[in-house]
Design a protein around this ligand. Structure first.
Ligand code: DGL
Length: 270
C-alpha cells in the first residue's frame, strides 16, 4: 500500500463518529477509511478529562501503528480533552478535531438565540469557553448538556418512547421561548435530529461539525500531498472495542442512515 492508499482513521467514543465518517466519504469517496468506535467505554462525556485523554491516546497509538495517513477525532468530547496532546505526540500526522459548529449558526442567525447541545465534558472544557467568549456579542448562546442522549444512539433506541420523553423534558424550556438554531455539539446527536425537532414542535435549523471536519481533512491531505485523487471508491472498515454482531450491524445501519435533512428541519447552505 502506498501512503496515498493508506486509510484515514476516524475515531469516536462509540457510534457517533459515523455521522462524521458519512461527511468524509461524501467529500472524498476515493479514500480508504478505518473507523474505530470505543463503545465499550462510551459515554466519554461524563468521564474525567484525564481518562478521556488516555483512551483517545491509546486509540491514536494503535492507528499510528497501522500507518494511517490522518486521524479524525470524530468526537467533540475527545477533541476537547486530548487534541493538544495528540498533536504534540504525533506531529507528523494531520490530526483533525471536532468542535461545536457555532460559526455557521451565528452567521445564519446574527443576534439570534442559539442552543448548543453537547456532553457535559465538552461544555465544561476550556475549548468551549473560548468559543463562547468569541461569539458572546454576536448571538445569545445557550449551552444545554444532554448526557443521556449518547446512550440512546449507542443502544439503537432512536424510536423509543423513552427517548421522546427524555427530549420532551430536556427541551421544555425552549418550547415557549423558541431558539433560532441548534448546534449539535456531539457527533452522536445528528442521528437524533428528527426526534429533537419533534420534541421542540417548531421548525429550527440544525448545525453540526461533520462537514467542516471533512473539508479540513481534505485541505490538510492536499497540503501534505497524500490526498487520493483517483476516480474509484475506497473501502470503509468498521472496528469497535465491543465487536458484537449487533454492534457491527448498527455501524452499517447508521452509515446508511437516511438523509439527516427532514421536513421538520432546515439546514441552510453556509
Ligand atoms: N460523540 C461524542 C462527542 O462528539 C461523545 C459521546 C460520549 O459522551 O461518549 O462528543
Amino acid at each position: 500500500m502506498t501512503e496515498i492508499e493508506n486509510p484515514i482513521a476516524v475515531f469516536d467514543s462509540g457510534m457517533g463518529g459515523i455521522s462524521v465518517l458519512r461527511a468524509l466519504v461524501a467529500h472524498m469517496p476515493q479514500e480508504n477509511y478505518l473507523f474505530f468506535g470505543d463503545s465499550l467505554h462510551a459515554p466519554y462525556g461524563v468521564r474525567p478529562p484525564e481518562q478521556v485523554r488516555d483512551l483517545t491516546m491509546q486509540a491514536a497509538e494503535r492507528f499510528v501503528e497501522r500507518e494511517v495517513k490522518a486521524i479524525v477525532i470524530a468526537c467533540n468530547t475527545a477533541t476537547s480533552a486530548a487534541i493538544t496532546e495528540l498533536r504534540e505526540r504525533f506531529p507528523q500526522i494531520p490530526i483533525i478535531g471536532l468542535e461545536p459548529a457555532l460559526k455557521p449558526a451565528v452567521l445564519a442567525h446574527p443576534g439570534g438565540r442559539i442552543l448548543v447541545m453537547a456532553t457535559p465534558l465538552t461544555l465544561h472544557e476550556h475549548k468551549f469557553a473560548a468559543l463562547l467568549e468569541h461569539y458572546r456579542t454576536a448571538a445569545e448562546i445557550v449551552p444545554l448538556p444532554a448526557p443521556d442522549l449518547v446512550g440512546f444512539v449507542e443502544r439503537d433506541e432512536l424510536d423509543s418512547p423513552a427517548l421522546a420523553e427524555y427530549l420532551s423534558e430536556l427541551t421544555a424550556p425552549y418550547r415557549d421561548n423558541p431558539v433560532d438554531g441548534i448546534v449539535l455539539g456531539c457527533t452522536h446527536f445528528p442521528f437524533a435530529q428528527r426526534q429533537i425537532a419533534r420534541a421542540l414542535g417548531y421548525p429550527v435549523s440544525f448545525y453540526d461539525g461533520g462537514d467542516g471536519a471533512a473539508r479540513e481533512t481534505q485541505r490538510l491531505l492536499t497540503l501534505a500531498g497524500t490526498r487520493n485523487t483517483g476516480t474509484g471508491y475506497g473501502q470503509v472498515v468498521f472496528t469497535n472495542s465491543e465487536e458484537t454482531p449487533e454492534r457491527m450491524a448498527l455501524c452499517r445501519k447508521l452509515f446508511c442512515f437516511p438523509t439527516l435533512i427532514g421536513t421538520e428541519t432546515t439546514i441552510p447552505a453556509v
